[in-house]
Design a protein around this ligand. Structure first.
Ligand code: 5AD
Ligand code: SF4
Length: 436
């Protein structure tokens, strides 16, 4: 019997890429590969790439450069590029980089087995189509192995919003929602495999609509699954927070009190230039309505500073919005022009000005994050224990508000929700004691 071939997948970017890598791993495993954690002995290396911000393609080329020595040592090594850079620049990658055997866009992963068969014959394979069939129908599930307590489940892909800075509508395509019955089956399967928390993923997840089901209806039905303890979803657009989804935050106990709802800017002028289709006031109104039904909700957001046309007064409006919202957590980025997007050729804000604004914003966001974490000290929180931490006897889990929480606990508590009394707040996590 020949030894199975080894597959190494490196994942960049968002949680959806993490989910896709798992499913690609399952599909490739079905053709006789086993997964390994390092690239050095791999027979197939797959880069699952992200194109959202600048230097994405450069990062891919430099990573490929690092693999040259493996290819020299093992001429049979195959290298593939998947994900959003593959979608956007597939043809160029295959021309520029002779080391690459395979380029596959995010909507064509189910065709990987045939592509690999071609590659095994010494050909190169490129597929960046947006096929009409549902790739998840054609991607095999892995063996019924035990899973980590928290899992991702992609329910929706693509985006029809066309924010002026964003590549997603081009790399992931238009909005497609997966059929609810299939998702319920997949969720039950995850729970059977030890999953207690499901994070529903979509580029625009709250635009979910399939067979007349909205995201709220899907969440309500998922909540009926015994053994599924926690439900989360990400990422949402403010305009798609419908009444029922807001209500669900108040009446679905399993829906965790954490919402990632990006606004990008606090200035109406910039929001318009970004084509966000809402004002700062519209956004704040949505937050008020959610807080009315779930006062303790932890809010999270994304911000872009230095978007073309942003003046100091626009930036101040962003700072004011942050002061008003007091995010539990937020991500902020310097604008980077993405080729092919409507804002790509606009006059940019001076690089130093953007950098300085980003620093000011991040300082403010960090203060709020620290305050929120500090407010947890002394409280007892239900924590889903996920895995052992680096220190012996230490475990790490998640609070309802998505904090990483460290504590001393026995390994057999992995997958259980336990009460932890928070004793300390660290930079990006909490520390506490198991309450028995
Ligand atoms: N420049 C900077 N940040 C961007 N994002 C998306 N596109 C760009 C861009 N061109 C940020 C947005 C989005 C997050 C995932 O990445 O804030 O919400
Ligand atoms: Fe990109 Fe999100 Fe805007 Fe869609 S809603 S275009 S994914 S930033």
């Amino acid at each position: 019997m020949t030894a199975p071939k080894k597959l190494f997948i490196k994942t960049y970017g968002c949680q959806m890429n993490v989910y896709d890598s798992e499913r690609m791993g399952d599909a490739i495993a079905a053709t006789g590969y086993v997964s390994v954690d390092t690239p050095d002995e791999a027979d197939l290396i797959l880069l699952n790439t992200c194109h959202i911000r600048e230097k994405a393609a450069e990062k891919v080329y430099s990573e490929l450069g690092r693999y040259r020595k493996f290819k020299d040592a093992n001429p049979d090594l195959k290298i593939g590029v998947a994900g959003c850079v593959a979608q956007a620049e597939g043809e160029e990658i295959i021309h520029r980089q002779p080391m690459v055997d395979l380029v596959v866009g995010p909507q064509a992963y189910h065709r990987l087995p045939e592509m690999l068969a071609k590659v095994d014959k010494g050909e190169r394979a490129v597929d960046t189509d947006f096929p009409t069939e549902d790739k998840f129908d054609h991607l095999p599930r892995g063996p019924k192995a035990r899973r980590a307590p928290s899992a991702f489940l992609t329910v929706q892909e693509g985006c029809d919003k066309f924010c002026a800075f964003c590549v997603v509508p081009y790399t992931r395509g238009s909005e497609v929602s997966r059929p609810p019955q299939k998702l319920l089956t997949e969720a039950r399967d995850l729970v059977e495999r030890g999953v207690a928390e499901i994070n529903l993923l979509g580029q625009n997840v709250n635009a979910y609509l399939a067979d007349g089901w909205t995201l709220a209806k899907l969440i309500r039905e998922l909540a009926k699954i015994d053994g599924l303890e926690r439900i989360r979803f990400t990422t949402s657009h403010p305009n798609d927070m419908d009444d029922d989804l807001i209500a669900a935050h108040g009446d679905v106990e399993k829906l965790m009190p954490y919402l990632h709802l990006p606004v990008q800017s606090g200035s109406d002028k910039i929001l318009k230039l970004m084509n966000r289709k809402h004002t700062a006031a519209d956004y704040l109104k949505v937050l008020d309505r959610i807080r009315a039904v779930r006062p303790d909700i932890a809010l999270s957001g994304d911000f872009i500073v230095g978007f073309p046309g942003e003046e100091e007064s626009d930036f101040q409006a962003t700072m004011e919005l942050c002061e008003q919202v007091r995010y539990a957590m937020a991500y902020s980025f310097k604008y980077s022009a993405r080729p092919g997007t409507p804002a790509a050729n606009r006059v940019t804000v001076d690089e130093d000005v953007s950098a300085e604004r980003l620093q000011r914003l991040q300082k403010l966001l960090t203060t709020h994050q620290t305050d929120f974490q500090q407010s947890m000290v002394g409280k007892t929180l239900p924590v889903l224990l996920e895995k052992s931490a680096r220190d012996p006897g230490q475990m790490v889990g998640k609070s309802p508000y998505l904090h990483a929480v460290h504590c001393q606990a026995d390994k057999n508590l992995v997958g259980k929700i336990v009460n932890i009394k928070v004793t300390r707040s660290e930079r990006n996590s909490l520390v506490g004691d198991l309450v028995v």
